[in-house]
Design a protein around this ligand. Sequence first.
Ligand SMILES: C[S@@+](CC[C@H](N)C(=O)[O-])C[C@H]1O[C@@H](n2cnc3c(N)ncnc32)[C@H](O)[C@@H]1O
Length: 237
Amino acid sequence: MPTRFQTADVTSTTAKARDGPQEVVYKSWDLLIYEIWVLGIVSTWAWGCGTDAYLLPQFRANVGKKHHLDIGSGTGYYLRRGGIPAATQLTLVDLERPALEIGLHRSGRAGDARGIVADILQPLPVEDDTKFDSVSMYYLLHCISASVDAKCGIFAHIKHNMTPDGVIHGANVLGKGVRRDNLFAKHIRHMVLRDGIFHNEDDNAYEFEHALRQNFEEVETAVVGSVFMFRAARPKY
Ligand SMILES: C[S@@+](CC[C@H](N)C(=O)[O-])C[C@H]1O[C@@H](n2cnc3c(N)ncnc32)[C@H](O)[C@@H]1O
């Protein structure tokens, strides 16, 4: 499949196809800093959930063999390091077109992956009937500016894009019901909330797990440090 961009009007679910990728300026220092700072230092020392120790192994264990969908692909870290089989068709979704372009590039699969610019709070604007056997969403939910209810609504619509044995997996930083922040975490949490990077003050494990159980037959969750990790399989249609 050639690289294909599809842009959804993020205020509606109407999809409009676009021509090939535009020129992107890759800011490799930004990406390096994001990966060292956010996925390395902050994940481990503020949120208590090392990416290499917990998140990457979960991604690797659950990535599908046929069609994988990564939502909120960002820098494409998991796509590069997540051991996605060469034969697996890859689809990326992100609200931001530049992020999508970087994710596609860094996945090393720019030649055969597809990118969709869309707001995942809305049903996925796919133009074909592709069903994904795996869906990943890492460090996405805490970035979405919406109520916990609206975030949980993602599970109710994304399951319709999944195969009957499909698996959804991911992780996000919680805002409620977690261990007391250490000084570093307190500082980081203050900054990311103040700067509008995190929108997770009400995010809690109970509501996310409940929403997963309403929409999937098999649900496994864990809170590691301040991070909610989840894996759910077999959508309830
Ligand atoms: C913190 S980054 C996570 C990147 C990557 N998954 C990781 O763990 O390194 C969150 C990404 O989600 C995207 N995003 C935020 N809100 C979104 C939404 N409503 N729909 C789709 N993508 C969204 C952002 O543009 C950003 O690229």
